[in-house]
Structure formats: structure tokens, C-alpha cells
Design a protein around this ligand. Structure first.
Ligand SMILES: Cc1ncc(COP(=O)(O)O)c(C=O)c1O
Length: 375
């Protein structure tokens, strides 16, 4: 098999000064210029509604749904449009009715938007919440598999998982875990926030009950919008909010659509962004990001950071830890040098996307070396 060709750097598609090294896609991605323009046209539409047609907005909704479906191997009718991942998780939790005494399973230190709705479900239905601790050998997949199949454990009710840990990019092979989860009869809920747009996610292979992701990170769209994949057998449930668009005649997952769906700013931005990512191609994006994070890993290690080996980290994100801990003001000092990254737990999280090039990686490492030396 030929390796997939990496996409070239797409910096020119963004409004990004050369002296800014922005490796924080896992927090907020900047908007591609064409996505910003779509939003600007939307603002005009709302500013002068007499001068622009509103009829185009529902078309944008279907384009967003369709492009989002394409990124995860779903059908357009299986996608609901919501305002956040937490709404997606709340929708999932609202539509599950596990028997008391079962387990909700997740990785330790998961993002609150994934946890809180299921904590509430656990409280309401008498479930136990089991958090799998970070494994010392970095192999989350093995640790989760052991937890799923542990003999004499309470039955698995809901597995709430992510394809990578949001704090440091540690990878989780959900395709390996999915059959084990299904074999228990548990519901499978995926928060794919840190994956869709940067790594392959395929609902046909995972067969989750629900899978959510927002548009403002790896799919390069606006804040305040998220997509929820809903498996066909879950499409008869209750939406978080009843509105004119998601009544009984709504087709498929549209039954879970949010109110005020027809936002003339956010929908064209989301559709434009999702279509752009699809046009670039996720495998080609992943190949580019993998080469960048490999270079970062090597450089971080040379500076004394501990990083996960290639096999247990994802292409789009890398977490570096220092044995004595990170300087508390590291992120601010990086920012003063126009290097943008995040601190998550005890890890420096670097998350490049298509605007980042080798020069950025070199700069990040040079600045880190200087700051740590001067510390
Ligand atoms: C794993 C994960 N899930 C969800 C979110 C965002 O959730 P929400 O859309 O509810 O703000 C984030 C944001 O950083 C995240 O890292």
C-alpha cells in the first residue's frame, strides 16, 4: 500500500502573520479566510434581511449536515445539528435507559462535556461511574479493554469514550474496543471532538449509538455549533428541546436538531469549513500533522520532555511532560513570544493544524529551549 501523500501547508488560507506560531488547534482553531467570508455574508443577511434572501439558510444547514456526515462515513439523515458537544451528550444521556447497577465507563480526566450528563444519568438510574486511570505504560486501549471485559465487574451500561485523550493526544483504538463494547450489549457514546477533521473516524466501523463533535476545533468552523451522529435505531427519541423543526415529521436525526437552527452566520461558516476539510481530505491532513508532531516529539525529547511513543499518540496532538513539572508561567511566556499552546494537566499540549509548517515547529522548540534554559 502506498503511504498517503500529506497535504501541503495551507497557511495562505488563513489570516495568520508569519511571526505567529499557533499550535493550539485543540483549543480554538482560527477560521480559514473563506469561512470568515461566509460568516461576513451571514452578518449582512441578518443586518439587512430585506436585501438578502433567507431561503438559502436551510440549504446551508443541509450542506453542513452532509459534509459532516461525509467526514465520519455517516448518512446525512443520521446527523443532528446542535450547539455544543455537551448538548450532544445530554441528548444521548436523555435517550438511554440503562438498568440500575450497571457501569458508566470512561477514561480518567475526561472533558466535562463528556462526563457531566452521564454523571447525572448515573445518579438518576443508580449506575456506577468507573474511571480508568491513566495507564503507566501509556496503553489506554489495553487498559480500557481490561475494564470492559473485567470478570465479576458490574455489567457495562454505557461506554463513553474518545479516540484520543484531550489533554495530551494519547491514542485510543476505538475500532478495537467497539466489538468488545457491543458484545456486552452496552450503549457506546463517542466524543470525537479532538479527532474529526484530523484523523479517520468511521461510524460504520465503530457503530456507536451517538457520536458528537463541534465545529470550532479541527473542522475549522464557528463556535457554538456541533454535530451529533445518531445511529438509526436511536432516532425515535426525545430532543433536549421541542421546536418547530424537530417534531414528529423531522427525518432521521433531525429530530434532535436545536432550536433557531437557521442561523445565517454560523451555518454558512460551518458548511464552508466542513466542505473545505473534506476537500483537503482527512487522510492527507493526518499525514501532514503526523510528520509535524513526529518532529515536535523528537525536539521535545531533546529538551528533556517525556512524550508518548509514536504508537500510543495521535498524529494531531502531542503532550510533553518535564520530570520536575512545567514552569507555572510557561504558556504566558510562550505567548509573549507569539507561540501559542496549552497547558493541560501536567502536560504542555501542542496541537498543529494545516496552517503550521516546519518553521513553526522549529520556532516553538527554539523558544522552549531558551525559556527553559533561562528558567
Ligand atoms: C474532549 C472534548 N470534548 C468536548 C469539548 C467541547 O465541549 P463543548 O462543545 O460542550 O464545549 C472539548 C473542548 O476542549 C474537548 O476537548
Amino acid at each position: 500500500m502506498h503511504p498517503i501523500a500529506a497535504i501541503a501547508c495551507q497557511r495562505a488560507s488563513f489570516d495568520l502573520p508569519r511571526d505567529v506560531s499557533y499550535l493550539d488547534a485543540a483549543a480554538w482553531a482560527p477560521l480559514p479566510i473563506q469561512v470568515r467570508r461566509a460568516g461576513e455574508t451571514g452578518l449582512l443577511t441578518k443586518s439587512q434581511p430585506w436585501a438578502y434572501s433567507r431561503d438559502v439558510v436551510p440549504v446551508w444547514a443541509e450542506r453542513a449536515r452532509s459534509a459532516a456526515a461525509g467526514l465520519i462515513g455517516a448518512q446525512v439523515d443520521d446527523m443532528a445539528i446542535l450547539g455544543s458537544v455537551s448538548q450532544g451528550m445530554a441528548t444521548a444521556a436523555l435517550n438511554l435507559a440503562p438498568a440500575a447497577g450497571g457501569r458508566v465507563l470512561r477514561m480518567a480526566n475526561e472533558f466535562p462535556s463528556l462526563c457531566l450528563a452521564f454523571d447525572r444519568l448515573a445518579g438518576a438510574r443508580g449506575l456506577l461511574v468507573e474511571e480508568v486511570p491513566r495507564p503507566a505504560n501509556g496503553d489506554w486501549t489495553a487498559a480500557l479493554l481490561a475494564a470492559i471485559t473485567r470478570p465479576a465487574a458490574a455489567p457495562l451500561a454505557v461506554a463513553t469514550l474518545t479516540p484520543l485523550h484531550w489533554t495530551d493526544g494519547a491514542s485510543v483504538d476505538l475500532e478495537r474496543l467497539a466489538p468488545a463494547i457491543r458484545a456486552t450489549g452496552a450503549a457506546f457514546v463517542v466524543d470525537a471532538t479532538q479527532a474529526v477533521g484530523a484523523q479517520a473516524v468511521d461510524v460504520a466501523r465503530l457503530q456507536p449509538d451517538f457520536l458528537a463533535f463541534p465545529t470550532y476545533k479541527w473542522t475549522l468552523g464557528p463556535y457554538g455549533m456541533a454535530l451529533l451522529y445518531v445511529a438509526p435505531h436511536r432516532q425515535e427519541g426525545l430532543a433536549l428541546e421541542a421546536n418547530s423543526g424537530n417534531g414528529p415529521s423531522a427525518i432521521g436525526a433531525r429530530r434532535y436538531d436545536r432550536g433557531e437552527l437557521y442561523d445565517p452566520v454560523a451555518l454558512p461558516m460551518a458548511a464552508t469549513a466542513l466542505e473545505l476539510v473534506a476537500e483537503w481530505g482527512v487522510p492527507a491532513i493526518a499525514a501532514r500533522l503526523g510528520a509535524l508532531t513526529d518532529a515536535l516529539a523528537e525536539g521535545l525529547q531533546a529538551l528533556g520532555f517525556q512524550v508518548a511513543p509514536r504508537a500510543s499518540r495521535s498524529a494531531q496532538m502531542i503532550g510533553g511532560r518535564l520530570p520536575g513539572g512545567l514552569p507555572h508561567d510557561l504558556i504566558d511566556r510562550l505567548r509573549a513570544e507569539k507561540v501559542f499552546a496549552s497547558l493541560r494537566g501536567d502536560a504542555l499540549r501542542l496541537s498543529p493544524h494545516v496552517w503550521v509548517d516546519e518553521a513553526d515547529c522549529g520556532r516553538v522548540l527554539d523558544v522552549l529551549e531558551r525559556l527553559l534554559r533561562d528558567d
